[in-house]
Each structure stands twice: as structure tokens, then as C-alpha cells.
Design a protein around this ligand. Sequence first.
Ligand code: E4P
Length: 215
Amino acid sequence: MKFFLDSAHLPDIREAAQLGILDGVTTNPSLLSKEEADPVAVLREISKVVDGPISAEVVSTEHAGMVEQGVEWRRIAENIVVKIPMSTEGLKAIRTLREQEIPTNCTLVFSPTQALMAAKAGAAMVSPFVGRLDDIQVRGMEVVDEIVQVFSNYEISTEVLVASIRSPVHVADAARIGADISTMPWSVMQALARHPLTDIGIERFFADWQKIQNR
Ligand code: E4P
């Protein structure tokens, strides 16, 4: 499974890139709004730091506007993937951008049929939002499981990108289900590397090594 960082914060992205496990980045208008720099400059810098797909979301709700902004985002760098919110206008935009060989990530997906439609329209990735489903007492991971099953039934190559991840358990579940990508905040990525028994083990080995030094 690929690991993406769900962030527009360059210091975190730079640190995550050093881990050697970072496969891409997802941004959205809310994440970009937290940064002081101009979104175009931020996206340009991210695309230099990370050698993988960088999702940049359109804010128009109409086909023409989505395509226009998508083409603009893609001009920033070759690894920009245009994020299109799920809707009938969005499906049209996914199709048009695909005809122009611009890859898309269909975002705000909450059901297997939405995912199937996005895949049929030609999206390179679909993003089911697990955390936001959990928030309304719908099991987000069950939706991911269904999407993975449907895509496997029809040998669909669109990647399932699990989004709105809130904890390491979400990442573990996404990997068990066989989702292609998990995108997560920096705090979750850091938490994935930790285990209390690892910390205790390091402490003990260190203390025992000190005993040898003190002989
Ligand atoms: C993914 O591409 C989205 O940017 C993100 O995962 C949304 O997460 P949130 O529900 O925590 O805002």
C-alpha cells in the first residue's frame, strides 16, 4: 500500500519525505488555507520535494470551470493530479481531463456506486472519506471494503485512495482490505512508527549497554 501525506504544510512534508516511505501528497482547499503562502507557490514547492502524485483540488462546481482550473493546476508540475469533487459535473470534468491525459482524483466519495461512476468516467484515483463517514455513524472502512471488492469484480485499475484518515487503525484496516493508498495527516504517519514495547525495548537495551560501559 502506498503512503500519502494529507497536508500542505511544507515543513511536515519535507520531514515525511526523509522517511523514505512517502509516495505522494494530497491537498485540499482547507489545508491550503492554513498556509500563508500562495497556493500555487505551495503546490510548486511540494511537487519539487515529493517525487509522486500531488493532488490539487478544483473549487468550481461546473464542468467548464473545473476543467479550466484543472488544466491550470497541471501546468504547475508534471506530477500534479487534479482533484475533482464527486458530482455529475465532476464526472464530465474527469472525462474531459482524461481525454487531455490529465490524471484525476475523484474526491468526496462516500459510496461504492459513486466510486464506480468515477472509475468509469476515467478517474485515476477515487477517495472515500472514512473519518467523515465514521463521524455520522456509518462505518467508513466497510465502504472502502465494498469499493475494493467492486473494483476487483470488474478488474478496474482506478486506485482506491483511503482519505479522511484519523488514526493508525484506519491505516492498518485499509492495508488489510487491500486499498491501494492511504493518505494521512503527519501526526498519524508519526504514530504509525511508534509502539510502546519498542520504546521500552530501546530503553532496556540502552540501560544494559550502559552497564557494560560502567564496568
Ligand atoms: C483527502 O484527500 C482529503 O484531503 C482529506 O483526507 C480530508 O480529511 P478530513 O475529513 O480529515 O478533512
